[in-house]
Write a protein that binds this ligand. Sequence first.
Ligand SMILES: *Cc1c(COP(=O)(O)O)cnc(C)c1O
Length: 360
Amino acid sequence: MGRVYNFSAGPAVLPEEVLKEAAEEMLDYKGTGMSVMEMSHRSKAFQEIIDEAEKDLRELMNIPDNYKVLFLQGGASLQFAMIPMNLMKNKKAAYIITGQWAKKAYQEAKNYGEAVAVASSADQTFSYIPDCSDLEIPEDADYVYICENNTIYGTKYKELPNTKGHTLVADVSSCFLSEPVDVTKYGVIYGGVQKNIGPAGVVIAIIREDLITEEVLPGTPTMMRYKTHADNGSMYNTPPCYGIYICGKVFQWLKKKGGLSAMKELNEKKAKLLYDFLDQSELFKGTVVKKDRSLMNVPFVTGSEELDAKFVKEAKAAGFENLKGHRTVGGMRASIYNAMPIEGVEALVAFMKKFEAENK
Ligand SMILES: *Cc1c(COP(=O)(O)O)cnc(C)c1O
């Protein structure tokens, strides 16, 4: 069987070129006579891999010198704890609840201090982004936390919240490198790479230097202090070497494609194909308020659970994988990350048209 169109929300599709290159280098990485999986993280070859990866990421995102780039482990979910442990100097933070991942981060933060929910879209099953232009943010809040792209519900902030001078912390797991960002607007940008960058097992955290201090909550494990990783070039202990190597290859692929502006253009084109179809369809409909629609995760329903199930089943048989919606919301979801070729979206839309005609 050949390659399918994989619409998984994560782990997700990776660029075919990257996978082929990795396959070619599998047994002998650049004349070292070994795989990247087998080499010491203290070797010259691996040091070059991680240095090049960081350099390319800095270039792609235009990351200023006063930000550290950390390659961490534990998934995005470990950051739900690391963020308060490292940043809650006043033991207070504001959280905007736009879905399950934001809610989990909020609940985790409560273990370490006062987490205040300053806005939420729970009233409409997280189908929109709340107005964040004038929130009541506690004066002494250490930071304002958002999940910038809501993987499960398919919403995305088109405008960052007005934090009223407070540090902004953002989980960008599912929109990482999908479009240009102004890093200076954030204190921390972080995400698990398995959505839009690489294999599961790596988390990238981009943190403004003044936020990385010795002053952390009592009992914070050494491995959970940002300073530990910042002081050791992400190699305090053995890093997820192979994952970082693949991330580095994806950064190079993105640079070859023209960087994040080119990516944004392509992502908008891909998303428009799907949303335009949904907007005129008499069978399928998108579940998100138009202005808050994500470019990466597109949830939709037919209105009938039976038809939804039939669609997912027939789509799978036709080579469209992982279109089932998140287990908590049902329906369908097409994740169309950077590495999903436009042909994949075109083919999906054609398949949906056919399904609609057959099931009217
Ligand atoms: C997938 C996801 C997570 C959880 O990531 P893990 O690496 O599994 O912990 C957190 N936030 C967002 C936005 C996600 O999409």
